[in-house]
Structures are given as structure tokens and as C-alpha cells.
Design a protein around this ligand. Structure first.
Ligand code: ADP
Ligand code: MG
Length: 439
């Protein structure tokens, strides 16, 4: 095929993929290039590893569907780094273990009074790891930007210090790897992996609660790194002293450096965030609409984003322009659901009652069908009815990592499409959960 023809087809595929999944559409899709399109293989070139991973994790199915719809053929997709596009900094040693989200950069973070100190301390640490605030401890409620800032620190530190070894992981991931190392009799391997890094970044350390052995291991890891002047960055939903059943010696160490809080954003910051998010997605929305969204959603930023996605989805599926009327219609139902503040415990309560299992079963490692099904349904409902992240949902359900939650959600989604009984069950459970909240 002639190059121009390939490019035109690819442009159509991209348009279709965007329409299929507005939530995962980004402005930088326009910078993707076709490296190869032949014999049913479409190889797409990306500027860096973070974007390759984003596409693999979030977009592969929809891109594949789009490609098949546009070409009428079976197409296999492959995302890869476009070597010709590599700048010198991209050519530096990349750490495959460092899975970063391309959206979560400092550039995409809106600074306001609610997060100014947390942001400034993250910037300082990224410029001089180990030498400024150590440890750096960021806390705040769900959806206020903790994970975003941690990713941004990693991006920036890696850009500046190409040789620095950075470990970024969720607390569940740390705990799970520790448990696996013990099971496999490879504690030494685990220890050398974590005690030799230049920076250790652990998200959501509140999940260390009730994990005595992991706390013990974490304590020694902390000491080893700290004594060698290595950077430690932690996030949690509450300050160190308020994390239930966290050992005193850990609390005191977490307080050694800088503890900084993120508060819910003000109206002006929310407007700026909506505009930033729209920009990242390549959307144009008026100040009036940004203001409307920011007024409607006032606590959790993940909900602001959800509102924007809903509006975009309605606009694409109905081929309408985004105006105030459309925004209002699109958000009516959503805001109502979000304002009920459903928690993962509300969901677990209804699900365990229906299946006659205990919450501890859902949190256990048990893999029998009678436990896995309710566990996966619980994850699916938490994903759909709350604004908790995959990591947080996994954390609540026995410290499972985000890929497990992602897998559960896609499995239940499929089951729902194929089996009307599951669909009815999900509707029934949803009804009970939302009604529970009202009373
Ligand atoms: P947390 O880890 O505190 O629960 P996240 O970091 O996952 O919250 O943030 C939730 C969403 O809100 C993410 O999409 C993130 O990019 C966005 N977000 C939070 N704060 C900001 C901000 N100040 N500017 C831009 N986006 C933000
Ligand atoms: Mg988080």
C-alpha cells in the first residue's frame, strides 16, 4: 500500500477508536505513527515506554476493533517505541519495572492552594532525591492527586538522573511481592531488590495496616535506604499517626522528613483541572462548561474527570457539539449517583449477603468458584459505582494488584454481555447498594 493510503486508513482507525472509547482518548494519539501495516499486522510507533504501556493496558481492544471495522479484516496490533523519534533522553536506560502513566506529569498537574506545598515538595525531591525532604510523606483523601504527584516525581527524577534506579509501586504490590518472596524462599532476592535502589516510592501505605510481617520488612527496608541517603516517598489516605495499627516505630520514621497534606481543591482550581484534563484529551470546552462541571462536582477530582468523560461520550455517540445543554443532560444522572457516596464496604456488604460468604473470604487467597465469583463482582461494582482507583479496590479486597481488578472487571463485563442472568443479578445488586445508601 502507498504510504499516504496507509496514513489515511490509520487516521480513520484512530477516529473510530476514539469514538469507541472516549475515556481513553488522548491528544497525543495524533502523534502516533504507523511503522508497518501489512499481512494483518499493524505496528504503531509511540514516542516512549509510558505511552506504549498506556496503549497496551487501556486501548488495545478498542484499537483492534476499530482496525477491524475500518479494514474489514482481522488485524493484529503491536505498539512499540518508534526508534526514529527517540531523543537522546529516551535512549537512556529504561527501567521496565517503572510503570508510569503518561498523563501523570508535573506539566499536567494543576497547582492551587490545596496542593501547593505537596507539589513544591515533590518538585524539590525530584530535583535532588535524598537531599531535601526524606522521607516525603503525602496524604489526603482519595482522588486528590497523590498518585499523580508520585508518578510525576518518578518521571522527572528519571529524566534528570538517567542512572538512578527508582522503584515505584503500590503498597499492595510491595506486600504481595514480599509474601511471594517468602513462599519461594527468596527473601534475599527481595531484600536486595528493594534495599539497593536510589529512590523507593510507595503509594497508599495505609494498606500496611494489619500486615505485621510486611511492616517489619518495610521497617528494615526503610532503615537501609535512609541510612544510605536514598530517597523514600510515601503516600497514604491519612497522616502517619492516624493509620490504624501502624507500628509506632514506622509512624515515627514517617514523621522524620516532611509530612504534607493535599486538601480538596477550591472552585478555581477545579475549573483549571477540568480545562487541563480537556486539553490532555484534545477537547475544547468553554469556560462556562468548565465552571458548570466544577460547580457540580466538588470533592473528588476523579469525579471531575468522570464528568468530563461522560460529556465527551454523549457528544461523540450522538454526534453533537458540546454545549451547555448537552453538558447538563449528560451529567444529570451521573452526579446523582456520585453524590450518594457509595463505599467499597457498602458494596461488599450487599455482595457477601447475596452470596452468603464472608468479607474475609473475599479478601483471602481462596480461589474456589464460590469465592472468586463474588470477589470479581465486588471489584466490578466498586469500579462502576465508586470513584476508587483500581489500586484502591485491590487494596480493599485483600491487597490484590490493579491488574487483578482490571481482569475481574473485564471478565464480569463479558459475562454480563453473554449471560442475561448475570446482567439481572448485577442490576439487582446495584439497586440494593444504592437503596442501602439512601436509607
Ligand atoms: P489519589 O491517588 O490521591 O487518590 P489520583 O492521583 O489518582 O488521586 O488522582 C485522581 C485523578 O485526578 C487523576 O486522574 C489525576 O490526574 C487527577 N488530579 C488530581 N489532582 C490533580 C491536579 N492538581 N491537576 C490535574 N489533575 C489532577
Ligand atoms: Mg492513588
Amino acid at each position: 500500500m502507498a504510504t499516504q493510503e496507509v496514513e489515511e486508513i490509520f487516521a480513520e482507525i484512530l477516529e473510530r477508536a476514539k469514538a469507541l472509547d472516549p475515556a481513553n482518548t488522548r491528544k497525543w494519539f495524533d502523534n502516533l505513527v504507523v511503522l508497518h501495516f501489512d499481512g494483518g499486522l499493524l505496528r504503531i510507533g509511540c514516542p516512549n515506554e509510558a505511552t506504549v504501556q498506556f496503549l497496551q493496558d487501556n486501548c488495545k481492544n478498542n484499537f483492534t476493533r476499530a482496525a477491524q471495522q475500518i479494514t474489514g479484516h482481522l488485524v493484529t496490533l503491536d505498539f512499540t517505541i518508534d526508534v526514529s523519534e527517540r531523543t537522546e533522553s529516551d535512549n537512556r536506560r529504561y527501567q521496565p519495572s517503572l510503570r508510569l502513566h503518561p498523563d501523570y506529569s508535573f506539566e499536567n498537574f494543576v497547582v492551587g492552594p490545596s496542593n501547593r506545598l505537596a507539589h513544591a515538595s515533590c518538585v524539590a525531591v525530584s530535583q535532588s532525591p535524598g537531599n531535601t525532604y526524606n522521607p516525603l510523606f503525602i496524604y489526603g483523601s482519595s482522588g486528590l492527586g497523590k498518585t499523580h504527584l508520585l508518578h510525576a516525581v518518578c518521571f522527572e527524577a528519571q529524566r534528570r538522573f538517567d542512572k538512578a534506579v527508582i522503584q515505584f509501586l503500590s503498597c499492595e504490590d510491595f506486600v504481595n511481592r514480599f509474601i511471594r518472596a517468602i513462599e519461594e524462599g527468596n527473601l534475599a532476592g527481595f531484600q536486595s531488590q528493594f534495599r539497593t535502589v536510589d529512590a523507593l516510592v510507595i503509594d497508599d501505605v495505609q494498606f500496611l495496616r494489619e500486615r505485621e510481617h510486611s511492616q517489619e520488612e518495610f521497617f528494615h527496608t526503610f532503615n537501609a535506604l535512609y541510612n544510605n541517603g536514598k530517597q523514600i516517598i510515601l503516600s497514604a489516605d491519612s497522616p502517619p499517626g492516624k493509620i490504624p495499627s501502624l507500628e509506632e516505630r514506622l509512624i515515627s520514621r514517617f514523621n522524620w522528613g516532611l509530612v504534607t497534606r493535599i486538601d480538596p481543591p477550591s472552585f478555581e482550581t477545579r475549573v483549571a483541572i477540568v480545562q487541563k484534563k480537556a486539553h490532555v484529551r484534545g477537547l475544547n470546552i468553554s469556560d462556562e462548561i468548565a465552571g458548570y462541571i466544577a460547580r457540580k462536582v466538588d470533592a473528588n477530582i476523579r469525579e471531575l474527570e468522570g464528568a468530563l468523560t461522560t460529556i465527551y461520550a454523549v457528544a461523540t455517540t450522538t454526534s453533537q457539539k458540546i454545549d451547555m445543554e448537552l453538558a447538563q443532560t449528560a451529567l444529570e444522572g451521573q452526579i446523582e449517583a456520585a453524590s450518594k457516596h457509595i463505599s467499597i464496604s457498602d458494596i461488599a456488604e450487599v455482595v457477601t449477603r447475596h452470596f452468603d460468604v464472608r468479607i474475609t473470604d473475599l479478601q483471602s487467597r481462596k480461589r474456589s468458584q464460590s469465592i472468586t465469583e463474588p470477589r470479581q463482582i465486588c471489584m466490578y461494582l466498586a469500579r462502576n459505582l465508586t470513584r476508587h482507583s483500581l489500586e484502591e479496590i485491590g487494596g480493599h479486597l485483600g491487597g490484590r494488584d490493579h491488574t487483578t481488578v482490571m481482569h475481574a472487571c473485564s471478565k464480569i463485563n463479558q459475562a454480563k454481555d453473554n449471560d442475561p442472568k448475570i446482567n439481572t443479578l448485577l442490576n439487582e445488586l446495584t439497586k440494593q447498594i444504592t437503596q442501602n445508601r439512601k436509607t
